[in-house]
Design a protein around this ligand. Structure first.
Ligand SMILES: Nc1ncnc2c1ncn2[C@@H]1O[C@H](COP(=O)(O)OP(=O)(O)OP(=O)(O)O)[C@@H](O)[C@H]1O
Length: 300
């Protein structure tokens, strides 16, 4: 449905996005992950037509985003990083104003506003002032606004940043419902649990380029492996020696180290580390955060 080919963006001689290729289908959640400044928001901006690419193109079905932008954008909903709601208007007024922008008027507009409010569980709060809403409710209102034009694709740029765990889970349910309703969702997030839980496929970005892609499970298995150890209380040289003898990747992690367990005979390796008498030793399944640490050397 959405296709981006060879996208580049240069700002004042610095190429911040370099050769991005991606597709997004109906009923699919695609995650765009990467450290701060990797180029995720710029890429997203090019996908929904707010940032003009220096090179490359984006198509939604047969519409070119940059030459047929207004037609294409009618099929898109965008939740940006900032809430950008009008603080002088209440919840209902924020939605009805945007409905007009989507060319909805009269009863049709009222009907659609009621529908999206129900969809994001905001019914009953029509008269609430935007400033009175919690962070989670504001995010739901921004999502409701993005859904007014019944978009095929919804762009969510770090939608749950700053939300408490309950509000994040509420938002996750809404994203799952969007997927079930057959919409394509493009999501950026710094929360690896969120990406693992919600996304069908992931693209990992670093310094403007996509450095790896796959399902969460594929990336974890391919980039890290099945299991890792979190180790504290032994010298770096010992971990280095053990890891290098087994040919396994390791790195400093929190107040200790992270080391990958070999897939053949992981138990022996575990015992060798245990014999060093660490003050803390945790054996656990590898996760997306480990993938990220391995690929970028950074935390998200
Ligand atoms: N309008 C602009 N003018 C100049 N440079 C810009 C502009 N917008 C973004 N950049 C630069 O492009 C690079 C990529 O920024 P972008 O916001 O796309 O990264 P990001 O991966 O979304 O980061 P974050 O996770 O912090 O949101 C950064 O170095 C940023 O400073």
């Amino acid at each position: 449905m959405l296709v981006a080919h060879d996208l580049h963006k240069t700002y004042t001689n610095v190429e911040v996005v370099r050769g991005v290729e991606l597709t997004l289908d109906t009923g699919e959640v695609l995650g765009l992950l990467g450290p701060n400044g990797a180029g995720k928001s710029t890429t997203m901006g090019m996908l929904y037509g707010m940032v003009v690419p220096t090179q490359g193109f984006v198509r939604l079905d047969h519409l070119d985003i940059h030459t047929q932008g207004s037609l294409a954008r009618r099929q898109m909903g965008v939740v940006t990083q900032d809430d950008n709601l009008d603080p002088d208007l209440n919840v209902y007024e924020n939605l009805i104003c945007f409905a007009r922008h989507c060319r909805l008027i009269g009863r049709e507009a009222n009907h659609r506003v009621a529908e999206v409010m129900e969809q994001v569980s905001l019914l009953g709060r029509e008269k609430a002032n935007v400033e009175e809403l919690s962070g989670g409710l504001k995010r739901r209102l921004v999502l409701a606004r993005a859904l007014l034009n019944n978009p095929k694709i919804v762009f969510l740029d770090e939608p749950t940043t700053g939300l408490d765990p309950d509000a994040r889970q509420d938002f996750w349910k809404l994203v799952t419902q969007l997927r079930q309703a057959g919409r394509g969702v493009l999501l950026t997030t710094h929360y690896m649990d969120e990406a693992e839980r919600l996304c069908d496929r992931l693209l990992l970005m670093q310094q403007g380029q996509i450095v790896d892609r796959g399902t969460p499970a594929q990336l974890i298995e391919r980039v890290v492996g099945q299991e890792v150890l979190e180790v504290e209380g032994i010298p770096a040289e010992r971990i280095e020696a053990l890891a290098e003898r087994a040919g396994m990747w390791w790195r400093p992690f929190s107040t200790g180290f992270l080391v990958v367990l070999p897939s053949t005979d992981p138990q022996s390796f575990f015992h060798r580390v245990e014999d060093e008498q660490p003050s803390r030793l945790l054996r656990r399944k590898a996760n997306l955060e480990d993938v990220f640490l391995r690929l970028t050397g950074d935390r998200l």
